[in-house]
Design a protein around this ligand. Structure first.
Ligand code: LMR
Length: 337
């Protein structure tokens, strides 16, 4: 982390917890920090939001986007948001457990969504809104869900059957569900900040990982992984969040304009996500640097069978009501897995 950035933020906080509201000359600045490349679904959506926020508020709000962990890394960005050192983030849903909002880890359950349409029944409906509301007591306001996509596994050996994962050190995000998922395969999960994954793969600190193709491509992880398996075993997406005190202190008209900008950015994000991941996969294929394997139907069934136990193993952590509410929206039947 940039220690200086955090210190500066803390000083700013100490001086005033209220946002720096616009005067005749100065704009309200929203620092939007994230960990992925600009050329990804989240990176592009953040830029889109920044542009529309500036236009709709007629320059009264200036959104500064800091991509690629340049301002804060995973864990630090959450702390910085709560302290008011940064105003907006879009962490992956797998990163809310350490904050105490364990319900978000339901999104990490393997195979809980068959496709994006099922996922949107949750994220774009009342259940999604009620999940975002769970952030309020943490001083965080949930603004929207943004898609990335479904994950593939990668490693330096072919991963076709559960037995292939045994003993593999696999980098995961900070989610107990992902930990349980990897253990169900006999792998050794290792939590690590996103910004450190490329080097850890390159130096052999971990053997493999999982991510949607846009991340595997833009972070060049595929260059240091000999094999990738198209599993789509789990979803990775984001909650766009802001510091609640900051948000509530904004003038109502400005807040309304920012809400409109966020609605537009959400439509945009969810429209481009699949295209971005598809084009990243094509570029990975074209590079010839990693061998890509598509599971057969039988292999997919075997992997699913090995992973479904995660749903019951993690029910007490996530809350069975949340899992059941998702099943109800999507029509998922665990007995049929
Ligand atoms: C990861 O840590 O793998 C992802 O959460 C990165 C991201 O924000 O897409």
């Amino acid at each position: 982390m940039k220690v200086s950035a955090l210190i500066l933020g803390l000083v700013a906080c100490a001086l005033s917890t209220a946002p720096l509201l616009a005067t005749a000359q100065t704009a309200t600045v929203i620092k939007f920090s994230h960990v992925v490349a600009v050329d990804t679904p989240k990176g592009k959506a953040a830029e889109f939001f920044a542009k529309r926020a500036g236009e709709l508020t007629m320059g009264k709000v200036k959104v500064e986007v800091y991509a690629n962990s340049t301002l804060y890394k995973d864990k630090e960005e959450m702390e910085a948001l709560q302290l008011g050192a940064v105003q907006m983030l879009a962490p992956s849903l797998a990163k809310f457990g350490p904050l105490g909002v364990k319900e978000f880890e339901a999104f990490d359950l393997p195979y809980i969504f068959d496709n994006t349409a099922e996922l949107h029944k949750v994220t774009q409906g009342p259940l999604g809104a009620s999940l975002l509301g769970k952030l309020d007591p943490k001083g965080i306001k949930g603004l929207a869900f943004w898609d990335n996509g479904f994950k593939s596994f990668s490693a330096n050996k072919p991963l076709k059957a559960p037995a292939d994962f045994r003993g593999q050190k696999m980098r995961i995000q900070s989610s107990k569900v992902l930990e349980s998922q990897m253990r169900a395969l006999g792998a050794l999960p290792q939590v690590m900040a996103f910004s450190e994954v490329y080097q850890a793969l390159q130096t052999g600190v971990v053997d493999g990982t999982e991510n949607p193709h846009s991340n595997l491509f833009t972070q060049k992880m595929f260059e240091v992984q000999k094999y990738m398996t198209l599993t789509e075993h789990g979803y990775l997406g984001y909650a766009v969040i802001t510091n609640k005190k900051f948000w509530d202190a904004l003038p109502a008209d400005i807040r309304g304009q920012l809400e409109t900008a966020m609605k537009e950015a959400t439509v945009y994000a969810n429209k481009i996500a699949q295209e971005e991941n598809d084009s990243a996969l094509e570029k990975i294929k074209a590079s010839g640097k990693t061998q890509i394997y598509a599971l057969t139907a039988a292999e997919r069934t075997e992997l699913k069978k090995a992973l479904v136990k995660t749903h019951t193993d993690m029910a007490s952590r996530i809350g069975k009501e949340t899992i059941d509410a998702i099943y109800k929206e999507t029509g998922f039947d665990p007995a049929k897995m």
